[in-house]
Ligand binder design. Structure first.
Ligand SMILES: Nc1ncnc2c1ncn2[C@@H]1O[C@H](COP(=O)(O)OP(=O)(O)OP(=O)(O)O)[C@@H](O)[C@H]1O
Ligand SMILES: [Mg+2]
Length: 257
């Protein structure tokens, strides 16, 4: 199952959710790949991956696609272990930004799908973190995926942006990936004491949007886990937010793609 965590709005929790879901999957013993398509590299960093001079990134894979690298490496050669058992990354690199235009002008949008097809049998689950744009990389991810989920950070601007985001995803689905499933909206940074988050979530539900039941609370422990480069399921396995991440993983897994 290939799941993309997508929202073209910045800072809503894409890297947090994708890395923690991948970590939870790995913790349960599933061989899991986290693909980081954002040049910022937040999920690569959060997953504890330390590149050396030889470690090939997802940007190197794309450079091979457009012939900047005249190599014929297999997708598996761009995958690396993390310090966490069963968790692997296809790491980001700032070079993603350099190669994007070339990929776009040469219609290489299906190349990620081809690469992940080769890896799909090797991994139980693949999660993809995307940049805060509807750009080449997020489109390539949505084309390669079985399903996508949309983090929502309980903010009014984010609520307003969701319709536009879903229109983009629907158009892409119709044109290029009819099997793509919207797995649901992931409520992130939830604060049960405040009125606004509940109101915003109700508005989304009234529109008929599939809001997933497992909310992720706003807590400094999430930020702490970032700075420790240890996803919550490994950093604080007994914390409330670790249980919420586990429940979210179960809910998505129940979709059995
Ligand atoms: N549940 C949470 N509790 C507290 N802080 C959170 C939570 N989720 C995310 N954050 C914080 O919100 C910020 C944005 O999170 P994150 O980087 O995951 O979002 P993003 O959508 O990947 O951002 P970008 O669009 O820049 O890639 C980070 O500072 C992160 O620590
Ligand atoms: Mg991010």
């Amino acid at each position: 199952m290939i799941i993309v965590v997508f929202n073209q709005k910045g800072g809503v929790g894409k890297s947090t959710i994708s890395t923690n879901l991948a970590a939870q999957s790995a913790k349960l013993g599933h061989k899991t790949l986290l693909v980081d398509l954002d040049a910022q590299g937040n999920s690569t960093h959060y997953a504890g991956f330390n590149p050396n001079e030889e470690s090939l990134s997802v940007a190197d894979m794309f450079k091979q696609v457009v012939g900047i690298f005249r190599t014929a490496k297999k997708p598996a050669e761009f995958v690396h272990p993390t310090p966490f058992e069963n968790l692997y990354v296809m790491p980001s690199s700032p070079a993603l930004a350099d190669v994007e235009r070339e990929l776009e002008s040469r219609y290489k949008i299906f190349k990620l799908k081809d690469a992940l097809k080769e890896l799909k049998d090797e991994f139980d689950h693949i999660f993809i973190d995307t940049p805060p744009n509807f750009n080449f990389y997020s489109k390539a991810a949505l084309i390669a995926a079985d399903g996508f989920c949309v983090p929502f950070d309980c903010d009014d601007f984010s609520a307003q942006a969701i319709d536009h985001l879903l229109e983009n995803a629907t158009e892409l689905k119709e044109d290029h990936n009819p099997e793509l499933k919207l797995l649901g909206i992931v409520v992130n940074q939830f604060n049960s004491q405040a009125k606004l988050p509940k109101e915003l979530i109700d508005t989304l539900k009234k529109k008929g949007l599939p809001v997933l039941e497992s909310y992720i609370s706003a807590t400094v422990k999430v930020k702490e886990s970032h700075s420790k480069r240890t996803p919550v399921p490994f950093y604080l396995p007994k914390h409330k937010v670790a249980r919420q991440i586990a429940a979210l993983f179960e809910e998505l897994d129940a979709n059995k793609l």
